[in-house]
Design a protein around this ligand. Structure first.
Ligand code: IVH
Length: 699
């Protein structure tokens, strides 16, 4: 005997007619199996053990085997079907399948904008009641229209372009959650149930495991897996791809002779669909006004990572069907619904460990090592925990189930832990006291969240950054030593430490990629020139944390000798103008590291030198306590020079104008800073008045 796909069974031989008692029994068994399947697949609450289900299933199979004429395409025994289609048949939707307008703003403004639009369209005044909405998850699968005629599933069609979709009935019939027959008396003559076909996360993972074992294609995410399965020509393939369904609407509907359902609200309609056997998400809620929509959006956002299926947002719909009709459509989108997407993708997975990475600036970042998880189509195995305090705040420990978020192109981060039992005692994460890369002491400054490696120049992780900083114009000013060259030097192992720079030879440099002999010679010349420098440039170039150009100058001026700075105590360092405990501590820590001292000695040995002397006689601090802002181009003085002169006279040079600014020095093409000074009544000086001011004259 052969069965065609959905048509009637055609027995090869005349079969014995079944006695009425058998017909009744067969019908009873089917109803029983359908109910159990509904409880199991749709309600997620099995009421009988699998064995009992199988037993009844086999009874039905036996009876159908004995009386093949009793086999109907909607019998539970016929779910396992297999026939390969030549192609998917196009089907025109009588009621088009629309899309919805999407808001991706933050949670408040998306919902508020929608609510405001609805209130405007409905001409509701400010005093009117809040609008009644239904808020639903936005399932991440593919839209499907299920057409029932006289309660029988006649076809299942994809959305396609909204007007014409593809007939995928053969595959949709493999979805156990979708009823083949609607038995209730109040079922409409024609009913199109609209909803989303999707794949549960657990089913997706199992499928990918099976695919991997069989050497088959891996799916990037549950949505792709669902879409790929639905469009298979061979339904035996779809059969092995566990799909699920959620109903969220109705397309064409012709009431039954009894008058059919007279729904007043979208919510009623969903409840009715549920009674007829369709899965409706438990999260669906009625919400009043924008504030409740916002609350729904954020609550579901929290639940999102632990839901058994993926959602990419929420959908808000005006609940009253009469108001929906009144609001109508704009082109292909209803005015009464909006999708509000989540900005980021989140998934839960197990945190298997915490590694510590050292960044280019020496910052230590705890990074969660994760059981691989697909977050919005990308497999994630690491996610940042930012710093020790964030890690503590999130209360995550190794072995925990954690939520991972990916937003756009930014690196994935651990958002928090999924509440639940911890298997056993796990120690809280601690930052290492030594850099995992170079072994230098790890420090954290007061009030700072980040831990840092104090290795500086010595730490391989920080070498490139350190080299670039050293070569910068305001530091050693080594022309031609830019990031491309630094990458090559470090990656090729040619340069490891700063002194290595001064050991470079012409042949070594010229052998690098894209480095002609001429430019190699230029770099060598620039290096040679840089050897003759000033103490403040050299200090700044060392890249000591918190030691910027100004502090380097102050230090040089105050101590005069490098050795004096290297030997200074924190207290002595704090005597320098503008050096507080934090800056003093970082200078002290830097020079306490033997390898940093070694770098300094080697640089000196390579010929790097500056004029040393007694602490410079301080210029009279005639501008002490004054704050000056420079803007525009001065006729003769460079901005750096003006800054240097002002600072030497005790003034602070700032970048922005406020009421506290003492003077604004403006040159040609001064812009907003000048305007602001004029608005605030801050005195504005030109170059001549600046020189006068520096000479102690009144301006
Ligand atoms: S209602 C007229 N509700 O989102 C409104 N759509 O562009 C028709 N989707 O591909 C759609 N969850 O498949 C609606 N709860 C939900 C939904 C939902 C997911 C999908 C739908 C369509 C897209 C809308």
């Amino acid at each position: 005997m052969t069965l065609d796909l959905f048509g009637d069974a055609t027995p090869d031989q005349p079969a014995p007619a079944a006695p009425q008692s058998v017909v009744n029994k067969v019908q009873a068994l089917r109803r029983q199996l359908q109910q159990w399947a509904h409880e199991y697949y749709v309600l997620d609450t099995p009421t009988v053990p699998d064995g009992e289900y199988d037993q009844v299933f086999q009874q039905l199979q036996a009876l159908e085997g004995a009386y093949p004429a009793l086999v109907t395409p909607d019998s539970p025994t016929q779910r396992v079907i297999g026939a390969v289609l030549a192609g998917l048949k196009p089907v025109r939707h009588v009621v088009p399948m629309l899309s919805i307008r999407t808001e991706t703003d933050n949670e408040a403004s998306g919902a508020q904008a929608f609510d405001a639009r609805i209130r405007r369209e409905l001409e509701l005044g400010a005093m009117a009641q809040p609008v009644e909405y239904v808020a639903e998850p936005k399932f991440d699968g593919l839209a499907m229209s299920l057409r029932y005629e006289s309660g029988k599933l006649v076809h299942a069609v994809t959305r396609g372009d909204g007007e014409v979709g593809e007939d995928v009935t053969h595959n949709i019939r493999t979805i156990r959650q979708i009823p083949w027959v609607l038995e209730a008396v109040d079922v409409p003559q024609v009913l199109e149930v609209r909803g989303e076909v999707y794949m549960r996360r657990a089913d997706f993972l199992k499928l990918n495991e099976r695919q991997a074992a069989a050497g088959g294609k891996q799916f990037a995410n549950p949505r792709n897996a669902a879409a790929g399965s639905v469009r298979q020509l061979d339904s035996s393939i779809a059969m092995q791809r566990p799909l699920s369904f959620f109903a969220y609407g109705v397309g064409e509907m012709t009431p039954s002779e009894q008058g059919g359902p007279a729904w007043v609200t979208h919510y009623d309609m969903l409840q009715q669909l549920k009674k007829w056997g369709f899965p409706v998400a438990a999260q669906v809620r009625i919400a009043y006004g924008a504030s409740e929509l916002i609350a729904f959006h954020s609550e579901l956002g929290v639940q999102r990572a632990t839901l058994p299926y993926e959602i990419d947002g929420v959908v808000y719909k005006v609940n009253s069907l009469a108001l929906q009709r009144q609001l109508g459509f704009v082109t292909r989108e209803p005015r009464w619904a909006v999708a509000h997407k989540y900005p980021a993708q989140e998934m839960a997975t197990v945190m298997e460990g915490i590694d510590v990475q050292v960044g280019r600036t020496g910052k230590l970042t705890p990074v969660a090592r994760l059981a691989p998880v697909s977050v919005g189509g990308v497999t994630v195995t690491n996610a940042t925990l930012h710093n020790l305090f964030e890690t503590r705040k999130k209360r995550v420990r190794v072995g925990d189930m954690v939520v991972v978020r990916r937003a756009g192109d930014v690196i994935p981060e651990v958002v928090g832990r999924v509440p639940g039992e911890r298997p056993a005692y796990v120690a809280n994460f601690k930052m290492p006291s030594q850099c995992p890369i170079c072994g230098s002491e790890v420090v954290r400054e007061k009030g700072e969240a980040n831990h840092r490696c104090s290795g500086g120049l010595f730490c391989p992780a920080q070498r490139k950054e350190a080299l670039l900083h050293f070569a910068a114009r305001r530091a050693m000013d080594i022309e031609g030593l830019g990031s491309k060259l630094v990458d090559q030097l470090i990656d090729g192992g040619v340069v490891r430490t700063l002194p290595d720079l001064y050991r470079l030879g012409l042949s070594g440099l010229a052998s690098l990629d894209r480095m002609a002999e001429k430019s190699a010679q230029n770099v060598l010349d620039a290096l040679e020139k840089s050897k003759s420098t000033t103490l403040n440039r050299f200090l700044f170039g060392l890249g000591i944390r918190n030691v910027g150009e100004a502090t380097a100058k102050d230090l040089a001026r105050h101590f005069g000798l490098l050795d004096a700075i290297m030997e200074a105590s924190v207290e002595q360092l704090m005597q320098v103008r503008d050096v507080g405990p934090i800056v003093a501590a970082s200078i002290h820590t830097f020079f306490a590291q033997p390898h940093n001292r070694e770098v300094v000695e080697q640089l000196r040995a390579c010929g790097v030198h500056w004029e040393e002397g007694a602490p410079a006689e301080k210029a009279p601090q005639i501008l002490a306590g004054k704050t000056v802002v420079l803007t525009g181009t001065l006729p003769t003085m460079g901005r750096d020079q003006a800054k240097e002169l002002l600072e030497a006279a005790g003034a602070k040079v700032s970048g922005s104008v406020s009421k506290k600014t003492s003077y604004v020095v403006a040159g040609a093409e001064a812009g907003s800073k000048l305007t602001k000074a004029q608005e605030l009544g801050v005195p504005v000086l030109d170059e001549d008045s600046l020189l006068a001011l520096l000479q102690g004259k009144d301006v």
